[in-house]
Each structure stands twice: as C-alpha cells, then as structure tokens.
Design a protein. Structure first.
Length: 558
C-alpha cells in the first residue's frame, strides 16, 4: 500500500514540478493504524505488528530518498490492530465495523476437507450451513463465506489467495452459489492456478488462485483475468464482462453464475462409467511380480486366480501388480489352497478390526471385494489421476484377465467413436475446467467430468469417421511397444506420429461442436459450459416442477 501511495505521489508531484518546500509528512496518508488483522497464533500476531512497523520504516526511507527529505515517524504514536484469536470464532465486526473496512485481504489456511480436525470440520459446516453431510469444502472456504457476509454488511472489497480446489471439482457447486446468491458478490479479478513457492528441485509447494470479489452493486463493467499457461511464468491478462467461478469468460452464458453439479448418472446419454475394484483387503491379496513368483512357488495351484491388477500408476507407467480374485472359487478348491486360506484369514481379521461397520460386515466374505466392477469382456480404463504434463489423459483398452483397481474408471464394451470423444482435446478442456485436481494433477471423476460432459450430435457417418480416427491413434501408439503411456504422452517425448493422429482427431471432434476452430482451451470450456447450460435447463425445470423425493442410497456391488 505504501508502494502504491508513493507511485501516486510521483504522478502528482513529478520531479520537475516539485516546489522547493514540499511538506511530505502531510502527503503520506497510509499508516499502520489503518490495518486490522486476526491471527490465531500469539507469537505470529506480535510478529505481524512488528513487521508492519518495519515495513512502514522501510517505506519512510524510500519517501525520504525520493523527495530529498528526512521522514520519520518517531516516536511511534500509531499502532496496528492485530487480534490474537481464531478468525472463524471471532466476530469480525468487533475487530473493525464492516462499514469502516475498505479492503479485506489475506492468505487463509489451506486444509483439505479430508485433513481437517473435528473442530475445523464443525466450523466449516457451521459457516456454510449446507445441511445434510455438510459438504466437502476446504477450510479456506469458510473465510470466503464469512468475508462475503462481512462485505455484504459494509463496503469492503475482497482479495484472497486460496487453494485452487475451490475453483474446480465438487467444491464449486457447494461454495459459489452461496457467494453469489447468499452474499451477493461478483468476481472482479482473478489469477488462475499457478505454482506458489518451490523447493530446491523446483517442485511447487502449493498451487493457488487469487480471487477478487465485491458486492454486486459495486461491480465494475470490466473484469480482469490473469491466466497462466502452465501454472508458471508471467500471466496473460484479458478483460471480460463476467467471470465464471471456473475462472473463464462467462459473458456468453445465460447464467454467468452457472456451476456444474455432480450427477449420479450420465445426463448426456453415455453408458455408465464405473470405478474399478476396491479390494479393502489390507494388501494381503495383492502382489508385486516378485511376490507373485514367490507365492506361486509354494501355492502353484493358485495361478488361475492370480490376475494382473492395474490402477493409474500401472496403466500410465507400465508397471504391474497382481491380485487374487477368488469370488468364483468353490469351497473345495479354496480348502485345497492352504496358503490362500492363510491370507484370507488375514483379510478377515483386518476387516474385523475396522472402525467402519460396513467393513466389519465384509469380514464374513473375505473372498469378496468391497465394491467395483470386473468386466467379463474388453473394457476402457481411464486413470483416476493424470499428470499436468500431459495434454491428454492416457485412456487405454484392456481385457480380462486384467482387473482395474479403484484408481481407474472402467467402461465395458466401448465403441471406438466414444474412445475418440473421450481422448479428444474437447474432453480434456472439460476435465481441466470442471474436474478436480490432486495438487496440480488432473483428477478424473465420474460424477463431475464424465456424467456431465456435453456431447455433440452424432450421425452414423460421424461415428464411422471417429472410429477410423480413433484407430489411427491406437495404431500410432502400437508403433512404440517398448514405451509406456507416460513416455508416449509426455509433452517432450510424445512421438510426432501420435501427436499428428491426436491433432487430426481433435479437429474432427471440434467440428462436431462448431465449424470455426477454437482459439484455446478456455474458449473450448466456455463453449462446453454453454452447451451444459442448455443440456441441463430441461432437467432443472423438471426438478422444480416435481416434489423432491428421498432416493435410496446405492449399495456397494461386491
């Protein structure tokens, strides 16, 4: 703030127009007494006070140098107002009345929903008031909601650094309707995901966004978006009439506040996508290649039940594990396998020791897995997590006896044209925009990404053309049998033949959406959101007409 003030003073009083006698002391308006804060740690609270005084002193030296005067605030008469308290328990109005606050900014704590303490989770639920299970909001969301109510009661503009999780995945539909409708806020500027801080290896400590919000009645006509191509380097600024919570242009949407909501079933006409097998057996039925070899030496008759077991890591990096699949084994056959029985007993004991009642129930059937699908024929496997270094999620065809783990999604009997759609840049743009992230890696979720993806209208001729182009992609992969999918889809090592096959496929898929080409993924995502809005409008109208009924909770499939 002092740096901005100095820049203003330079403009108001350029060197060639400065009077001989210029009382700089009366021109400096920013002082530490104008800063109010809440800090949960007592020692950090005191450090914050000292840091403000030190920063003020450094700024005074800059002013002295700029204007050729000695400017000091000694003795110290003003003091910052830093309160030692929990910001989610302290009434912000007692720190500074909302009507007196101009700007609200900070870097609230980043704690994921799964890593919160019971107290923290209770705080978020109390603030969000989502009802039911309370949602899955990260800790930082509570600061946005309290800040939104505080701004609503006064005039403050908000600028928070936040984990990028609140602008993607399931949290968007939970948080942003509250900010838009309950708090009456609008996004006025934003920095898309970028890596903040790094270690000696250049690895990012955290991936963040910066969000600027204001009351709707104070909303400027032009919003500023700072986008980072790969989360690093300098951003590219663009101007928009409206910004979506996904940090893309929302001016073409009928509802600029549109969010993509979880769908338990595909709303696009696609066949159901299912997660792979979740064994929940404590590792007693899973083997590395070496462990498999050692086990079959002492239990050779178990070989027919030993299946390749692949998740995201195995699919992408060409690694292999094995799992004992025993649900079809007869009691007599099992009793002839003493070492298998020994492992089944370990599975039973592990499940009995669980704190979860459903897992303890599973102890009665140790040969069964908790849930998931084992296809009987060829199937498509989609890794649940894929690196940000890849332009495409490596999707692959598999067939029995391979079993996919719950770190992969499973789609049986998939025609090539659907493989073409799912492996296209259009689908990737949807994943990057609405899907969640694990750190910076893409997280492919069924309810958010697959079930909601807006499909183009397809004729039989379109499907035939996509079949042929998908086959070209598979053939290009087959040219490199010694390369893993990680090798084939790394930006630096992707073979030209494979890149060309994907590029041709991308062009064909995009023309199914509109004749003119898309400029970038943000434009693709905006177009897809427009289609999603049109696709869900009839469903929303139907939901508003029919009374809500309680649906039975789906039971896991063994």
């Amino acid at each position: 703030m002092r740096t901005l003030e100095l820049e203003v003073l330079r403009e108001l009083h350029p060197p060639d127009q400065r009077q001989q006698v210029l009382d700089i002391e009366h021109l400096i308006r920013v002082n530490v007494s104008q800063f109010y804060g809440i800090e949960i740690g007592e020692f950090p609270a005191r450090i914050a006070e000292v840091a403000l005084w030190m920063t003020d002193h450094i700024a005074n030296n800059r002013v002295s140098f700029e204007f050729g005067q000695v400017f000091r605030r000694i003795p110290l008469r003003a003091a910052p107002h830093i309160h030692h308290a929990d910001a989610l328990e302290k009434d912000w109005q007692t720190v500074l009345p909302a009507g007196e606050c101009d700007y609200l900014f900070g870097n609230p704590p980043f704690i994921g929903a799964k890593y919160q303490t019971e107290l923290q989770r209770a705080q978020v639920r109390r603030v969000a008031q989502l009802g039911g299970s309370g949602g899955t909001l990260d800790y930082v969301a509570a600061w946005f909601l309290i800040g939104g109510a505080y701004a609503r009661a006064g005039k403050a503009r908000i600028g928070f650094v936040a984990t990028n999780s609140i602008t993607q995945g399931e949290q968007v539909a939970q948080l942003w309707p509250l900010l838009f409708h309950r708090c009456g806020l609008e996004i006025v500027f934003a920095h898309s995901t970028f890596a903040w801080g790094s270690d000696a290896r250049g690895m990012a400590h955290v991936h963040v966004v910066i969000l600027g919000l204001t009351r709707r009645e104070d909303e400027p006509k032009t919003k500023r978006l700072f986008a980072y191509a790969d989360g690093k380097g300098d951003p590219v600024e663009s101007s928009h009439a409206k910004l979506s919570p996904y940090l893309i242009d929302a001016s073409t949407l009928g509802d600029p506040h549109l969010v993509v909501r979880e769908a338990s079933r595909p709303i696009n006409g696609l066949p159901p996508l299912t997660m792979g097998v979740k064994p929940n057996e404590g590792g007693h039925l899973i083997f590395t290649p070496e462990e498999r070899g050692d086990f079959l030496k002492i239990e050779p008759d178990a070989a027919p039940f030993m299946h390749p077991f692949v998740g995201a890591e195995e699919l992408i990096n060409g690694k292999m594990r094995y799992i004992l699949v025993l649900k079809e084994a007869t009691p007599a056959r099992l009793r002839s396998l003493p070492h298998v029985l020994e492992r089944l007993e370990r599975v039973r004991q592990k499940r009995l020791a669980s704190q979860k009642a459903p897992t303890r129930v599973l102890a009665d059937t140790p040969t069964r897995f908790e849930c998931g699908l084992i296809p009987l024929g060829p199937f498509l496997a989609i890794p649940k997590v894929s690196s940000e270094r890849r332009e495409y999620v490596p999707i692959v065809y598999l067939e029995p006896p391979v079993v996919a783990s719950d770190l992969a999604q499973v789609l049986p009997d998939v025609p090539l044209w659907l493989f073409a759609i799912l492996t296209s840049r259009m689908h990737m743009a949807w994943l990057r925009t609405v899907g969640g992230r694990l750190k910076s890696d893409y997280r492919y979720t069924i309810d958010i990404v697959y079930n909601t993806f807006p499909l183009p209208l397809l004729t039989d001729a379109d499907k035939a053309r996509l079949d042929a182009l998908a086959q070209k992609v598979l053939e290009a992969r087959a040219l490199f049998p010694d390369s893993s999918l990680a090798d084939l889809y790394d930006r630096l090592t992707m073979p030209p033949a494979l890149r060309k096959a994907h590029s041709t496929l991308d062009t064909a898929v995009e023309k199914l959406y509109r004749p003119q080409p898309f400029v970038d993924d943000r434009e693709r995502a905006t177009h897809l959101l427009t289609r999603y809005e049109a696709m869900t409008a009839p469903l929303l109208a139907l939901a508003q007409q029919k009374p809500k009924r309680k649906r039975p909770v789906p039971q896991p499939t063994p």
